[in-house]
Write a protein that binds this ligand. Structure first.
Ligand SMILES: [Zn+2]
Length: 438
């Protein structure tokens, strides 16, 4: 006999079928909204999504119906760029990128040579992600293969959809963190064999950034990517002006930073480039042509003083922009906090971010840019049951504010400005309840 794991959550539902655009009114057909809706979860997937009144007569007798009326269900949030190994150095004072790496990050990542430490921090990191409603992330581990084993094993046990990879770094870093061309590729291949495509996991090739990889290491990484189109790639690009000067010095033959990666074949439809603040339109156009995405990490960019990301310049070139926390450079794992910082950066650039675009970005937008939209990012039949139950009255002040809201757009915007882990009543992933607010 097979057992069916089945239940219904009743609440207001919000999901996107397409990019809503940047206007105050979302593009026709982009938003799916059920003021009194229900999702029917069965064996880890969404069996049906509809108005509660439409779904109720179809439900089998005795099925559990969880009443979340007054709350809002959206697809689980996606974080396109984050470092789990930097969890405990979040909020480290007073440095910009290159000094921050040397003074805080590299010493911290050395600790991940210890598999027990990696296992403990993997669990802590996943607890924190789920607490803020993030059900999928693309994750930098350290350069130690065991740091990847620990993270992906923990993700697999929880049934989560996660992308991760071992940092490749064969120069300009402390001895305990560097690999070499042959060893780094051999370790990556072993990890791909063990984890890529296992359950809901995927492998992301992870050269840290141009300054810490030799040309030979970047070339070898590009060869791996060419040989298997199902692999992802994640790295950093044009975050900080000091970094730009260093790259120009290290790769004098490249006309610009992006060409360093292009020459090695690292720019493709499954490539994520974190930051991309200091780019020109030609570079944005080249990224767009390849279908790559830029991970916009606003709280990190503000915290490290890296610069103000030009979201509209990327959108004009039809370049995919994803939203990311970049913890430990970022100051908050919450996707809502990321949207708040993105709005603030946008205000300083005269590019305010609508709540529609923000929530689309955290869900279907990120899923599409990461080529995960066949499985996640929408509330629709057949999709994996990854969702977050948001409470628009989670705090006294938020309750006051949202009581005055006259539209869903206003409520979403209040959540985006004021929301944090207190707004996440429940997080579900793979059909399992992964977090419930105490
Ligand atoms: Zn980063």
């Amino acid at each position: 006999m097979t057992t069916t794991d089945s239940r219904v959550l009743r609440a207001e539902l919000l999901s996107f079928d397409a990019d809503p655009g940047d206007d105050d009114t979302p593009a026709p057909g982009s938003v799916r909204h059920h003021p009194d809706g229900a999702v029917w979860i069965e064996n880890g997937r969404l069996r049906a999504v509809d108005d509660y009144a439409t779904l109720a007569p179809l439900l089998p007798p005795g099925i559990e119906v969880v009443d979340h009326r007054g709350k809002l269900i959206t697809p689980g949030f996606i974080d396109s760029h984050v470092h789990y190994v930097q969890l405990e150095i979040i909020a480290s004072y007073g440095r910009q990128l290159l000094d921050w790496l040397n003074d805080y990050t590299f010493p911290e990542e050395l600790r991940f040579a210890d598999p027990d430490h990696a296992a403990a921090l993997s669990e802590a990191f996943l607890d924190e992600l789920l607490r803020v409603g993030t059900t999928t992330a693309q994750v930098f581990c350290s350069s130690h293969p065991a740091s990847v084993d620990a993270f992906l094993a923990a993700s697999h046990r929880r049934g989560l959809c996660m992308l991760a990879g071992k940092v490749l770094m064969d120069r300009n870093a402390p001895e305990g963190l560097t690999d070499d061309v042959v060893g780094g590729i051999r370790d990556s291949e072993r990890l791909i064999g063990d984890w890529h495509g296992k359950g809901r996991l995927g492998y992301s090739l992870t050269p840290r950034f141009a300054p810490t990889s030799s040309r030979a290491q970047l070339d070898a990484t590009g060869a791996l990517l060419r040989n298997d189109e199902s692999l992802w790639l994640q790295t950093h690009l044009a975050e900080n002006t000091g970094e730009l000067d260093w790259v120009a010095e290290l790769f004098p033959g490249s006309r610009d930073y992006l060409e360093v990666y292009e020459t090695s074949g690292l720019v493709g439809p499954r490539s994520t480039f974190a930051h991309g603040i200091h780019l020109d339109q030609a570079m944005r156009g080249r990224l767009a042509e390849c279908g790559a995405n830029l991970a916009f990490c606003p709280s990190s960019n503000l915290f490290l003083g890296s610069g103000l990301f030009d979201r509209q310049a990327a959108r004009e070139m039809a370049l995919n922009v994803t939203y990311a926390s970049d913890v430990g450079g970022g100051t908050d794992l919450s996707g809502l906090a990321t949207l708040k910082a993105a709005y603030q950066v946008g205000q300083l650039r005269g590019q305010p971010l609508t709540a529609w675009q923000g929530f689309y970005g955290l869900t279907l937008g990120n899923a599409r840019a990461l080529s995960l939209d066949q499985r996640i990012g929408r509330l629709a039949p057949g999709m994996d049951a990854d969702l977050v139950v948001l409470d628009p009255a989670a705090t006294p002040l938020l309750a006051r504010r949202t009581a005055r809201c006259r539209s869903l757009a206003e409520t979403l915007f209040a959540l985006m400005m004021m929301g944090d882990d207190r707004c996440v009543a429940e997080t579900w992933a793979g059909g399992r309840l992964q977090h419930r607010r105490p």
